[in-house]
Design a protein around this ligand. Structure first.
Ligand code: COA
Length: 259
């Protein structure tokens, strides 16, 4: 179905592998368009409760946008490229179902931006993350100036973006760019375990938490508090909330149905 992605669905978890290992899984036009398609699949397919994004091979998650496609682009074509990329990554970030980045090596430029659009990031010890666009006379264009600043703070984000330096896995963990460092042979298992835990919760609550956190990260403090109030209220209108509270009081595990 896809030419640059390998996907498989098991236990309600869709694992998506970007499959251009000879080019360190660089994001060319086809990868970007197929990422757009697979994100739509995550939204609409009721069998999918969460997803994992990773890169083929043991060297790279994604080493950036495909630099060979940059040559000869005009200013307006460059802007269009950034707009399309940002739209796709925004859909990942806004997905009502959790998406975990399994960062199995280099996550540079668009690769770091892709990982940051995901809700949670786990990486292997050999991972290197950064925004080296400045080395090409460029700036991050798939949301990196915004998401990196939100995730790790302005001071550290500016240092990484202005120098183009890569952070190793330990530093990425220390600055909050990744959640955990996991051995390569355990990486997908750990992602699946995390998604299985999330998958046991009420889907509406999960979607609302993602939405509210996204509003917070966008700096919408007042709107965010209001949105949280409304969303909290909406949860009270669900069968799942009633089931959750009843199960707690009856000292049993809740059985959420998504209603
Ligand atoms: N776009 C296009 N091709 C890329 C790429 C990218 N972002 N990143 C790597 N590749 C290709 C290389 O051109 C090379 O292809 P080739 O074998 O046909 O020559 C192949 O992937 C392997 O990469 P190579 O550079 O030989 O590996 P390395 O181990 O020496 O270096 C990196 C690894 C990640 C440090 C290096 O590839 C790199 O700096 N990549 C670009 C990172 C970047 O600037 N990303 C932001 C883009 S906006």
């Amino acid at each position: 179905m896809y030419t640059t992605l390998h996907t498989y669905l098991t236990d309600n978890i869709l694992t998506i592998t970007i499959n251009r290992p000879d080019k360190l899984n660089a994001l060319n036009k086809t990868v970007m368009s197929e990422l757009g398609e697979v994100v739509s699949e995550i939204y609409v397919n009721k069998d999918i409760k969460g997803a994992i994004l990773t890169g083929a091979g043991s060297k790279a998650f994604v080493a950036g946008a495909d630099i060979s496609e940059f040559q000869g682009l005009s200013a307006s074509e460059g802007e269009d490229l950034a707009r399309r990329g940002q739209e796709i990554f925004a859909r990942i970030e806004s997905s009502p179902k959790p998406i975990i980045a399994a960062v199995n090596g280099f996550a540079l430029g668009g690769g770091c931006e892709l990982a940051m659009a995901c809700h949670i990031r786990l990486c292997t010890p050999n991972a290197r993350l950064g925004q080296p666009e400045v080395n090409l006379g460029l700036i991050p264009g798939y949301g990196g100036t915004q998401r990196l600043t939100r995730i790790i703070g302005k001071g550290k984000a500016l240092e990484l973006m202005l120098t183009g330096r890569m952070a190793d896995a330990q530093e990425a963990l220390q600055i909050g760019l990744v959640n955990y460092i996991i051995d390569p042979d355990e990486l997908l298992t750990k992602c699946r375990e995390m998604l299985a835990i999330i998958g046991e919760k009420a889907p509406l609550a999960i979607a609302k938490i993602i939405e509210c956190a996204n509003i917070a990260a966008e700096g919408g403090a007042e709107d965010g508090f209001l949105y949280e109030q409304e969303s909290f209220g909406e949860c009270f209108g669900t069968e799942d909330m009633k089931e959750g509270a009843t199960a707690f009081l009856e000292k049993r595990k809740p059985r959420f149905t998504g209603k």
